[in-house]
Design a protein around this ligand. Structure first.
Ligand SMILES: Cc1ncc(COP(=O)(O)O)c(C=O)c1O
Length: 484
């Protein structure tokens, strides 16, 4: 049979690039959790996936319907619910993004309030724009040594609950992107005692129930709705996520009706199958693979324990490794590109001080040996110490003048970034990753934020959310012509 190559017909850049990346054989410490498909090959799922294009279908006789699941999809979701210790599980084909948006809009009517950690994922603010909901922010703590956000303070959170008893729900990121946790159970108990629902963005914690050595999942700490990016830390295809519902305080039908707005009316069967495969792998092999993974991680960390030139942060979720070579004057952005260009190691993200590695049950011992040898080689090659100028993450929550929806629909004018200080932002400024906005529409732009962004961009930070990719100009609210 004739083999066609798209390249023969036209220059297909996406495929060409993806094939090249695959053939580069990178060591993957990034998402998706299947690690360039390796786990599927190693566990014997390869033949299903090789023919996956033949399984791409739509809602026909026998294939059920995600938006009204009664047969195969219902059964598959029920199996997932049993395995993840949830009362109800809904497969999502538009990532945790759509799950967070649906959960918030189902729980909060227009003009109601929701309490959220200020460093929330942008989908939380997007839900507030879509649903005309007022976010009440809780500041998160930031580690000065690493510029990593470490989560909310429990007592501060309880105070904010007390001051906003009319809020419908609280939504928190747990664990954080970097694997930081806090006493979630006590927040859930407190919120429930005040008749508030708890929605947890567990995008980075789908794997937590695989070991007692990992922090407890929000599923087992009293949360009502938990949304997990199965694709990030378990072996599922990108965009495949799950929503878990606990107890009966949540109106599941309302969530489903909003998901019908936010997801395609033709949900991908490839993504649904990928969720089913992830559940199967989790069930059959998850705990033993996780046990091995945690051993590899401990061994790797112990090698550098007494090396003063490299700092490996201790996270509650041990599968997230943050490495800093700040003492040698190397920024995280530089370390990120050195590892990729010289050692073929792809990390998940970098900030000014270091790089974050996401390890999953798809990683094997070889990956950690390569990582260890590469870092040792790099440490040997750097002989001179440079001084790295300190930079601090802007901790203060910007002042919110307008609700996100009012700001979104207001008229805007474009000004030079320097001239925007003290003005109301009409755009997001989001260092990406991790996708946490420094400024959201409706907030006052401060000198501290502009300085942080400008310094960050100079040293390699990527910023999204703004129209002008060069970050010279920004849209601010035109207070003379506004919507609100
Ligand atoms: C904390 C957090 N929440 C939610 C999301 C959205 O997840 P998804 O990519 O599954 O839509 C992300 C994505 O990076 C995230 O980091």
């Amino acid at each position: 049979m004739k083999q066609y190559k798209l390249k023969d017909n036209y220059n297909n850049h996406i495929l060409e690039k993806l094939e090249k990346l695959r053939d580069d054989d990178l060591v993957s410490f990034h998402v998706p959790g299947h690690k360039i498909g390796r786990i599927f090959k190693e566990l014997g799922y390869k033949s299903i996936l090789e023919n996956i294009y033949t399984l791409d279908t739509t809602e026909i006789d026998g294939t059920d319907n995600l938006h009204n699941a009664k047969e195969i999809i219902k059964d598959s979701q029920e199996r997932a619910a049993r395995i993840f210790n949830s009362d109800k599980t809904i497969y999502l084909v538009n990532g945790t993004t759509c799950g967070i948006e649906a959960a918030i809009m189902a729980v909060c009517n227009p003009n109601s309030k929701i309490i959220v950690n200020r460093d929330c994922h942008q989908s939380v603010i997007n839900a507030c724009i879509l649903g005309d909901i007022e976010p009440i922010y809780i500041a998160s703590k930031v580690c000065k040594k690493t510029n990593i956000i470490t989560g909310v303070d429990v007592e501060e959170t309880k105070k904010i609950i007390d001051n906003n008893l009319d809020a419908k729900a609280i939504v928190l990121t747990y664990p954080t992107y970097y694997g930081k946790t806090f006493d979630l159970k006590s927040i859930c108990d407190y919120a429930h005692s005040k008749n508030m629902l708890v929605i947890i963005d567990e995008a980075h914690g789908a794997h937590l129930q695989l070991s007692d050595k990992l922090p407890k999942s929000a599923i087992n700490q009293g949360a009502d709705i938990i949304i997990q990016s199965t694709h990030k830390t378990l072996p599922a295809f990108t965009q495949s996520s799950m929503m878990h519902i606990k107890g009966n305080s949540v109106d599941e039908n309302k969530i489903k009706s909003i998901l019908r707005f936010l997801e395609s009316s033709s949900p991908s069967y490839i993504l649904l199958s990928s969720l089913e495969l992830a559940v199967d792998i989790y069930d059959k092999y998850g705990t033993s693979l996780m046990e091995n993974l945690l051993i590899y991680i401990e061994k790797f960390k112990s090698k550098f324990k007494n090396n003063e030139n490299i700092m490996i942060d201790n996270n509650m979720d041990k599968t997230k490794i943050f490495i800093s070579m700040k003492k040698l004057g190397i920024t995280g952005y530089e370390l990120d590109s050195i590892l990729r260009e010289e050692y073929k190691i792809q990390v998940e993200l970098s900030n000014y001080y270091g790089v974050l590695l996401i390890c999953t049950i798809g990683n094997n011992e070889e990956d950690f040996i390569t990582l260890e040898e590469s870092l040792e080689d790099l440490l040997m090659k750097i002989d001179k110490k440079k001084l790295l100028k300190d930079t601090s993450y802007p901790e203060d929550i910007p002042q919110k003048v307008l609700n996100p929806r009012d700001a979104f629909y207001s008229d805007k004018i474009t000004v030079k970034l320097e001239d925007s200080i003290g003005k109301i932002s009409g755009e997001y400024i989001i260092p990406y990753p991790p996708g946490i906005s420094l400024i959201s529409p409706g907030e006052i732009i401060t000198q501290e934020i502009i300085t942080y962004i400008q310094q960050g961009v100079k040293s390699g930070m990527i910023v999204s959310g703004v129209k002008d990719v060069n970050l010279e100009y920004i849209d601010i609210i035109d207070i003379n012509k506004n919507y609100f």
